[in-house]
Design a protein around this ligand. Structure first.
Ligand code: SF4
Length: 154
């Protein structure tokens, strides 16, 4: 395995393999039942905090939190905080299903309202008939739209 000691500027960190959707083009959600995922989380919150600290020392400037669906994790908000506290630019890639119920807690973090934080919501179509069909979750596009509207209204 190659050991990276410097020059790492940006990375994607997969927080889990679980997902609220079962998108047609994705196999990630199917890994959930794999024996390696029975412990439920790939890395604990403390392990992620420690990893972020080490990566920051190596020059990391931006982390993109992804999955699976990263917002499924009960400690998702804490992981965002750890990332921002390290001074990293933080991106989140989400399907938006669970985002609306997390927004109030996210907005309590001052840096979330700055350019240091960015959310990307994945769309699988511009209409519910297409998006929901591809996501295999009825109402998925409506949830993503509501989360987007709430997050951008301030
Ligand atoms: S939302 Fe992302 S991780 Fe989840 S099933 Fe779809 S493509 Fe895969």
């Amino acid at each position: 395995m190659t050991q990276i000691t410097e020059g790492l500027r940006s990375t994607h960190l997969s927080l889990n393999h679980r997902c609220t959707q079962k998108c047609q083009m994705c196999e990630r959600w199917a890994w959930e039942d794999h024996p390696a995922n029975q412990a439920r989380e790939i890395l604990s919150e403390l392990e992620i905090a420690s990893l972020l600290k080490d990566l920051k020392k190596m020059g990391l400037g931006k982390v993109t939190l992804t999955g699976g669906e990263p917002t499924i994790r009960a400690d998702f908000i804490n992981i965002v905080k750890h990332s921002l506290d390290e001074g990293l630019h933080v991106g989140v890639v989400t399907n938006g299903n669970l985002l609306q119920r997390k927004i109030l807690r996210l907005e309590e973090i001052e840096a979330v309202k700055s350019k240091q934080f960015q959310i990307s919501i994945s769309l699988l179509g511009t209409e519910s008939a297409t998006h929901d069909l591809n996501a295999k979750v009825p109402g998925a596009l409506s949830k993503a739209r509501r989360a987007y509207t709430q997050f951008t209204k301030h």
